[in-house]
Design a protein around this ligand. Structure first.
Ligand code: SF4
Length: 352
């Protein structure tokens, strides 16, 4: 039985299969424990289940909704990008970023998840946006990307510490799928990752930001800003025509107030487009007095695009304006650019 978009969830299919087979209710708990906590790669590992049941479940309820078909590791060994096939042959990518802890801090292992096959938003600096939208991912297809890398890390004696919904797709455009994936990843009966270790990114879907603020699991919010005037932002992020900057910032302020979480503003820096000192001054003014942090992300090259990354001096000057204005700002050069795994580069193509 193949998993297709819109088909029943793993949990529902498991419950149904066990009921049909006349199995006691605790079998479902055992299987979930193996899948989410012990990170089994297949039913064969589930030693406390009868062999016949393992075979039957293996035949009827696939344990994972994603199948890795290619993995690339960056030259420094810290970033791994997985190309994953879904049951209907759609391809998506997920990225694992390993960061060493500073001083006594534990290492951070962050998984960047895709929420859609493609994207409708067509941000002009993003490879995913160029390819258009094919479909939303199911909650299992999203959560299983994290489980895939949790198994990889288990082999390295490590575990997933953070999850960011910043891969392919606009997460808040697949609201129900993403919320259910967060629930699976957060639930103690499933993966058990804290909500404060999860970040949902958006290019500015204002009604969904307001809805997200009322969810029980209060995750971090990251907003792709990319410009400080509506004219320029609408060129870079067409959604700005529907939800202009003032409306977006008001929703972010409410999110910060309601959740008591600082909102991150992602600002992709593009040479000659949005990296001037005037733009930095306007960004400083926009951020003034807000519970916010700015991540400056020098553009990652996308094949066939005319946009260019600013040089390091221009990036440093831009950041200096913000810091002098007491706006918390971090320059983040994306990891894994050599394997086309940086922000804005994902397009789910097999390499080689
Ligand atoms: S930046 Fe995000 S929202 Fe914009 S096109 Fe790319 S994937 Fe979609």
């Amino acid at each position: 039985m193949a998993v297709t978009a819109g088909s029943a969830s793993f949990g529902a299919r498991l419950d149904e299969a066990l009921r049909t087979l006349g199995q006691p209710a605790y079998r479902a708990r055992q299987v979930r424990e193996w899948k989410y906590r012990r990170l089994a790669a297949g039913y064969a590992e589930m030693g406390n289940l009868p062999a016949g049941l393992r075979q039957e479940l293996g035949r009827t309820v696939p344990l994972s909704a994603v199948e890795p078909i290619q993995e690339l590791r960056s030259d420094d060994g810290r970033t791994t990008k997985a190309l994953l096939r879904l049951a209907d042959n759609q391809l998506v990518e997920a990225v694992l970023m390993r960061q060493q802890g500073l001083n006594e801090e534990a290492p951070r292992n962050t998984v960047c998840l895709s929420s859609q096959a493609g994207c409708k938003m067509r941000c002009s600096f993003c490879a995913t946006g160029h390819g258009g939208w094919r479909r939303d991912l199911t909650s299992d297809e999203i959560a299983d990307q994290a489980l895939h890398f949790a198994r990889v890390l288990k082999g390295e004696g490590e575990h997933v510490t953070n999850v960011v919904f910043m891969g392919m797709g606009e997460p808040l455009d697949n609201y129900d799928g993403v919320i259910e994936a967060i629930r699976l990843l957060n639930s103690r009966e499933a993966f058990g990752l804290g909500a404060r270790n999860m970040t949902v990114s958006t290019c500015g879907l204002v009604p969904a930001i307001r809805r997200l603020a009322n969810e029980p699991a209060q995750v971090n919010l990251a907003v792709s800003l990319a410009a400080t005037t509506d004219e320029r932002r609408s060129e870079l992020i067409p959604l700005n025509r529907r939800y202009p900057i003032a409306e977006l910032l008001a929703a972010c302020d409410d999110y910060a107030r309601q959740t008591r979480r600082r909102v991150s503003f992602e600002y992709v820096l593009i040479a000659g487009i949005n990296d001037s000192l005037d733009e930095a001054q306007r960004l400083k003014a926009l951020m003034h007095g807000r519970l916010a942090h700015v991540n400056l992300i020098p553009l990652n090259p996308v094949e066939g695009d005319a946009y260019e990354r600013p040089d390091e001096l221009a990036v440093r000057r831009f950041a200096k304006v913000l810091r002098e204005g007491r706006v918390p700002a971090t320059v983040r050069y994306s990891k894994g650019v050599d394997i086309v795994a940086g922000c804005g580069q994902l397009r789910a193509q097999r390499v080689g």
